[in-house]
Each structure stands twice: as C-alpha cells, then as structure tokens.
Design a protein around this ligand. Sequence first.
Ligand code: ADP
Length: 468
Amino acid sequence: MQINTRMLIDGELVDGADTLDVTNPATAAPFITVARADAEQLDKAVAAAKAAAPAWAALGWEARGALLSRLADALEAQRDEMARLLTTEQGKPIRQATGEVIGAIYQLRYYAAQRGEPRVIKETESFRVIEHRTPLGVVAAITPWNFPLLMVVQKIAPALVSGNTVVAKPAATTPVCALKLAELAAGIFPAGVLNIIVDANDLGGALSAHPDVAKVSFTGSTATGRRVMAAGADALKRITLELGGNDAAIILDDVDAKDIAPKIFNGAMVNAGQVCLAIKRVYAPASMYDELCSELARLAAEATVDDGFNQGAQVGPVQNRMQYEKLLDLLADSAANGKVIAGGQPVDRDGYFIAPTIVRDIADDARLVREEQFGPILPVLSYESLDEVVSRANDSEYGLGGTIWTSDTDRGIEVAMRIDSGTVWVNQHLNLPFDVPFGGSKQSGIGREGGDEGIQAYTQPHIINVAL
Ligand code: ADP
C-alpha cells in the first residue's frame, strides 16, 4: 500500500523543501519519511489560501457543504486504512483509532449540512437590520498529536463550510493521517482552499503570526496557546484556543465504588490518558477512599498494555519521546510524594509504554495533582465535605471539563453547577456532540468549538441596516 508523504499546497501534492522522519511510538523506530515545509512553502500555502478565498466565499454554503460531503465519502471509503495509519503514528488501540476516524466522518457530514444565510435580526416600521455572517479569510488550523485526524477535521470542516480557506498544520510527531486527508482532499476542493503542510515543530510561530492569516484555531498546550495569542496581537487576529485541562472527577457518597471504578479508570486511561478532557484527578469521599483506590489499582494491574494493533490492547504507548520522558519524571516525583499502588514504571519493552499507574495519599500541591499529566497516571484524593471538594476541584488554573458521579441526578447537577469549567458531565464522560459548544474557562482556552457558537467563531457579523 502506498502512503502519501506529500503536502497539499495550492491544489497540488508536493514534496517538501526538507523531510521529516515519523516514529511509531509502539516501537520507538521511524516508519516513514514525509515532506517537511520550509518558511517559503508556508508562505506559498498562505498565499494560495488568500488567493482562493474570494471565490470560495462566493460559492455559498450549499456548494461548500457538498464538497465537504465528498471528503466525508472519500474518508469513509478509506476508513480502515486511515485507522491503521492512526494507530501506527499515534499508538492508540485500533478500536479507538477506528472510532476517531468514524468521528471525523460524522463531523464532516455534520458541518457539511450547516447553513448560515443572512437573516433579519430586527425590524421596525422605519428600518430593517439584516445580519449577514461573512467568513474571516485565511484560517490557520494548528493541531496536537493526541487526535491527529479528528482535531484537523474539527477545525477545517467548520472553517471551510463557513467560507474560509485554510492552512492546516498537524503536530510534527503525527503528520501522516493529515497527509492522507490531504491526498483525499486534493481532487475535491478548488486549488488553495485547503492547504496542509508539515513542520518539525518550527513553523507554528510563523504561521500564527502571518499577516495574511485572519484567524488561528489552535489546540495544544496552554504554554503554546499563550504564544499563539501573543503572535496574533499585532494583526488583532481572531483566535480560538483549546488548551490543557486538569479535570476533576468528584465521586459522591451515594455510589458503589466497584460500579464506578471502571468508568473512572476508562475516563482516565483512554488514549493512554492523552486527552485534554481525560479524568486527571479523582476525589472520593473518605468513607469510600480505600475501596475505590484498591478497585482502581486492580483495574490498572489487569489492564492490557500493548501495541495498539494487538488484540485486547487497552492502553497503548504514549505518543512521543518528549511526553514519555516527562511522564517518567512525573512518576519519580509521584513516588516521592505519594503512595504508588499500581504501575509506577515504564513497561520493559521497546516503545513508549508506561504501566497504568494509580497514586494515593498524595498532597493537593504535588505536581501530579497540580499539573496536567497527559498520560496513564492517576492521583486519587480523599475528601470530607462537599464544599471542601468543590473548592479543591476549582483550585486550578485550568477549567476544561470535569465529572460528577452520583446515584442522584439532581444532586449531580447541583454540584456540577459549582464547578468552574467549560463542560461538566454527570454520570458519563467524554460525550461530545458536535452541536454542543465545547471549550475551556480560565487558562484552558478562549472561545468554543462545536455548536452554533463554534461555527460563529469562523465568521463575523456583517450588518446591513436599511431605512424603510
Ligand atoms: P503539545 O501538544 O506537545 O504539548 P504544543 O502545544 O506545543 O505541544 O503543540 C501543539 C501544536 O502547536 C503543534 O502542531 C505544534 O507544532 C504547534 N506549535 C509549536 N510551537 C508553536 C508556536 N510557537 N506557535 C504556534 N504553534 C506552535
């Protein structure tokens, strides 16, 4: 099978000025060499997007949506192939990879069906006000390595259907799925409408500061998000930032520890914990603490950690060496500051595998509790009262998600209302419908993706005010 290694610039699949080796995290060995852009190719991609913008905006929602539907069809026809590439470059178990590809297909179809025709927002006897939502121009879509396909689609689909043109840049350690998407898109969109370039983690700054980029939609770490915001200041760019989280799972005293433990475990370990909205810290009532800790430790010890292609793999490798080393450091710190009751070590094999780890009796100010671990390491903390746990959960610079677990839905909603974050789930985790806005409070981000709010973020109101 032929894997596309070329970028999409101005309608053509092109080689890079340079090349980039991509590593399979399950082996820690490079498996492919792909095109890598230099600054000149970045400029070319932005120039192509700028040139394509007026005609694309003039095409209208329906015609743009029809082309997005074609991309959805093309992706559907390559679903299994895309899932295999995803597991190879990202590491997640193949079932999760297939789920990601299906999510991307649904997302393309959802946005393909969106319409934003002008509408009257106010009318009196003497005047009529029409709101016409117009695209912003060139959108830069900068994405991370935890969901290499879904994150790209989550940005390009709403940007394109609303009439913007795009330069997308996937993370340097996971460009292969994005290049496959580039190959599928090449025959579908007019030249320049969608450009996909690859860097070695060196072009994000230039792309987000580029004077011809009107908006940056960024998903990644809070530290890099700050840089994107600063880079956009001169040109007063529009920005959407989906950044880190340190989501608390608060378990109320009316649930059964054995019932709840697998849900908490899965919510923390999905994608080896590399999800901005994963459960990152667990708060259990003191009366349930010992039992919950030992259930979680049992699940961690029993979990199958393996190459995502192997039957039964539940937890794959972490995606890259930098993250792996960061987690090893965090493991050492957690062992010094808490009690490790499962895992605590890398797995003795090639690749970036870390045994699912449960840490108890750890202080609120330990690094594992304060920082975003972004890996399969979970701290479990004990609490006495509801007021206390709500204040500890909120005591974070992050505010992305969170969960409340209870047998009393109304009580769950009441507690959820007090959590300062963009999304709080009650008795479920990671339910993210495309028509519901999602994003962060505090330093977890600015703006929302999804829902009407998410689409509006790719347009601006253009008001026509008519005297009658
Ligand atoms: P991680 O997700 O590894 O913590 P980042 O938040 O740095 O890392 O990465 C998310 C995306 O941001 C990647 O595509 C990366 O290449 C890109 N990026 C890195 N540095 C910058 C920067 N200064 N400006 C914009 N994007 C950047």
